[in-house]
Write a protein of this length. Sequence first.
Lengths: 343, 343, 343
Amino acid sequence: MTKTNAGRFFEDYAVGQVIRHAVPRTVKMGERALYHAAYPARHALYSSDQFAQNCGLPFSPLDDMIAFHVVFGKTVPDVSLNAVANLGYAEGRWVTPVWPGDTLRSESEVIGVKQNSNGKTGVVWVRTRGLNQHDELVMEYVRWVMVRKRDLDADAPETVVPELRSVVPVEELVIPKGLNFTKYDFELAGEPHRFGDYEIGEKIDHVDGVTIEEAEHMMATRLWQNTAKVHFDATVRPDGKRLIYGGHVISMARALSFNGLANAQMIVGLNGGAHANPCFSGDTVRAWSEVLDKADTDAPGVGAVRLRLVAVKEGGSFDLKGDDGKYLPHVLLDLDYWALMPV
Amino acid sequence: MTKTNAGRFFEDYAVGQVIRHAVPRTVKMGERALYHAAYPARHALYSSDQFAQNCGLPFSPLDDMIAFHVVFGKTVPDVSLNAVANLGYAEGRWVTPVWPGDTLRSESEVIGVKQNSNGKTGVVWVRTRGLNQHDELVMEYVRWVMVRKRDLDADAPETVVPELRSVVPVEELVIPKGLNFTKYDFELAGEPHRFGDYEIGEKIDHVDGVTIEEAEHMMATRLWQNTAKVHFDATVRPDGKRLIYGGHVISMARALSFNGLANAQMIVGLNGGAHANPCFSGDTVRAWSEVLDKADTDAPGVGAVRLRLVAVKEGGSFDLKGDDGKYLPHVLLDLDYWALMPV
Amino acid sequence: MTKTNAGRFFEDYAVGQVIRHAVPRTVKMGERALYHAAYPARHALYSSDQFAQNCGLPFSPLDDMIAFHVVFGKTVPDVSLNAVANLGYAEGRWVTPVWPGDTLRSESEVIGVKQNSNGKTGVVWVRTRGLNQHDELVMEYVRWVMVRKRDLDADAPETVVPELRSVVPVEELVIPKGLNFTKYDFELAGEPHRFGDYEIGEKIDHVDGVTIEEAEHMMATRLWQNTAKVHFDATVRPDGKRLIYGGHVISMARALSFNGLANAQMIVGLNGGAHANPCFSGDTVRAWSEVLDKADTDAPGVGAVRLRLVAVKEGGSFDLKGDDGKYLPHVLLDLDYWALMPV
C-alpha cells in the first residue's frame, strides 16, 4: 500500500461529498510579520492595534488574505494536486475576523462536476469553508478547477453545474461586529480619499511595482502550507520555471493598491477572479483598480466599494482583454471584490 | 589584543572541558512562523494548539528541529568555526518540549579527542546539552567534528574515543508528559496510516521536491544564530558557492517526509546522521525514508518508530551507497531517528 | 483628482511644518524573529528575556534598529519619495525601549530648507520623532535629503540651515530605566571584552561577511513599510539594479560587529552617518569599527562608547577616504553612534 498522497482525480469527486482538510493551523503575530515582509501591506487596520480599536475592533485582526491563504492552502492536497487549471472563484465572503491565536481548518463540499468533451479531464466545483477553533465560519468561497481523470475509460458522472451569483449581494456581506468608521483617522491611514470621493467607473493606477524573487514567493506559499509541487520544484515544468501561486499575486496586487485605495480597509466579499496569465520570478508586478459599484451599509460610517483589482507585469495602460475577448498577455490577475471604506 | 573570535583549534580541546556557549535565545511564535516559511512543515501537532491539546499537551510546542537548530547554532563559534568536517551525530534525545517564550542556551562537554595521523587535524567529540530558562534539559546529542590544529608542532593529546551507542535504546526515549494518542484525529493529521501500517524494512518515497534558494537557507540559518562563514559569504570557497547548513537539509527532508509519514509526529531520538554530500543553492531536495525498527511505549496510544531519513538531489531510487561503501554523489543526508506515532 | 501619492517636492516643505506620518504599526516577536533571520544579530540583551532581566530590564526589548527602521519607514512617503539623495543623520537618540506589543508612529518637523544653486533641487532637514501608543518619545533623529522641485520656476524659500551638533553629548543620552550591568554575564554574552578593554582610536575588523540577496533585503525593507520604489522595482534604474535600503546595510554591519563588540549592547545615540556608496545584491558586506570616544554614565556598571561603524564590500583594510577626501568606492556606510557597554 502506498503511503503518499496521490491526490484525487476527476472520478473521485461526487456532488454532496464533504472533504475535511488537514492540517489545522494556529496563526499568530509571526504570520502577520511574515505577511508584511512578503507584501508591501500597509492598511492601517491590519497594522496597528490602536487604529483598529479606534475603529471599534478589540485589536488588529490578521489580514483578510492571510485567512484566505491558510484556508485555501489546506484544500490543495485534496482539491488541486491533479488540477490542470484553477478556473475561477465566486460567492466568497469573509465572515469572522481572524485574531492572533486562532486556529483555522478547512472543509470543502463538492457542489458540481462536469466531464469535459475530450474525456480526459473534468471540472469540479467546491464550496470551501474556513472554520476557527470555535467552529465559527471564518470565510467561504466557491472555486472550480479542471482536474485530470485517473482512468480515461471511467464513466462520466451526471453533470451538475451549480448556479453561482456573479456578485455577492451587499446585504449578504458580513461587517465585523463593532466596526465603526465615524472616528476614522485619515491622516494615520495614509490617504484623505473617502467613500464619497470614488466614482463608479473610476480607474486608479497604483503606480508602484515589485520585482518578484523565487525565495519570497516560496516562503510565502509554504507559510500557508500550500504544497503544490509546481511552486517549489524547478524540475516539474519543462521550462524549468516555478509557477508562482496565484494567491501570491493577489496579495501583492492588493498591497500595491494601498497607493490610491489606502482606505479600502477590509475585504468582505470575493465576487470572482481569474488568474489570467502565469507569473514567474523576475516579473515586475504592478496593479490598477476600477470602482465597479458602491453601496451603503448599516455600520456607522462604513460604506462598501466593489472593486476590480488587476495585476499586470507591464504598467501604463488599463487594457485588459484583446479583441478576441481573451486577457492580454501582460495581465496576471482580474479580481472582483468588496471592501469596506469610511464614508 | 584581538577582540574577534578566532574559534578553538584542536589543541584547545581537552576531555572533561565544559563550554558554556553564548548567546541565550528566547523563542516564540515568530520563530515558528519562519520555520513554516522556510520548510514545508505540516505535522499537525506542531501546527495547531487544538490538535496538540487533543493529544494531551497544553498547546503546540515548537518543532523539535527548532530546538535542535537553536541549541546547535550556539555551539558553532566554539566547536565548529575551524572545523574541516562535521563527522557524525549520536545519542541524541529530545527531553523537554520547547514552548513559545522559552529561552534556550547550550553547553558542550568535550568527551573525546584523537589527533589524526597527518598531524594537521584531529577529531573532537562533544556532548551538547540544550537547557531552558529553568535549567531543564531540553535536548542533548553527541557530535564529532574534524578540527584544524593551530600549531602543527603541538603535541598530540592522549587519545580518548568515547563509546557511543549506535541506537538510543527505546527505554531511554523521553515521551512528553501527558502525551496521549488515543483520541488522535487521523483525518486532520492528513494521513490514515498508523503504527501498525508500517513494516520494518518498508521504504517510502516522499515524492515532493524543493529547489533551494540562497536567500532561504541564509535566513533560516541566521535565525538559529549559526554564523559559520561558509553559509553566508560567497567569497570563502574557491568555487564561489555558499555551502548550505546541514541542518537546513535535515529540516527540509523531515518536512518533505510528511507525505507518507504525516503521523510520525514527534522526534524523540537521534541515533546517527551523516551529511553525505554538500548541498548548494539550485539543488532540488527530495527525500525518502526507511522503517528501521518499531517499539511500544508506555504512553497511551503511542508507538515509537525508528526511521532512516535520506535526502537526495535526484529522485527515483532508494540507492544510498556505491559498491565502494561510499555514499552516492546524489545523497545529501542519511539520518537515523526515533519518532512517536499513534498506534 | 489623482488618488495616488506623488510625494512632496522641494517647494512643498516649509520650516515649522509638522508632518504626521501614516501608518502606525504594532510590533511584536514576529518582527524580532524576522530581524534575526535578516541579520546575524546576536547581542544577548536583544536575544534573551533572562539575559535582559539580569540587566535590570523587564524583558528583552526589540532591537534598537527595529525602532529606527519602523520610525524611518513611515517617513519615506512624505519625505524621501522624490529624494535624490539621503545626505546625512544627526542628533539621534533612543529614548524609550520598544517592547513587544508596542505601536509605533512617526512625526517629522521641517527644521531647514535650502535651495541648491542649480535651481532644480533643494535640501530639506527634518527632525523625526517616533512615538509609542502612550505618546512617549521612542527615538528621534535629524535627517537631511536632497529633493527635486516640482516647478523649476518656483521661488526659492528663505534659506534656513539648522545648527546641528556633530556629537550627541553624553549627558543627553537616555539610559533605559533600571539598566544595570553589575551582574552582566560576559560568558553568555559571547565575549570577555569590557569597557576598560577598549581604547580610543582602536580599530576592530569584524572579520565576517555576508553576501546579500535580493529576496532578503526586499523582505526586510518591506517589513518596515518602507516603500521607496528603487528598492523593489528592477525597472526603475537604467541599470536594472535594485538599490538596497541604506538601513539594511546599517543593520547588517551592526550585526556583524558582534564579533569584537558583543558587549556594545544598546544603541542610544546616532551622531552622524553617511551612505557612502550604493549597495547591491551580490555584494559581500563586511564591517569594521573604530572607538571614537568613551564616557562614564550614572547607571550602575554602564559605560558609553562612541563608535564609528564602517560597512565595506571589500575587507582587509581600514581605508575610508581617498586623497580627495571622498569615500573610497568600496565603502558603503560610515556611521557614528553611542552604545552602552558593561564597565
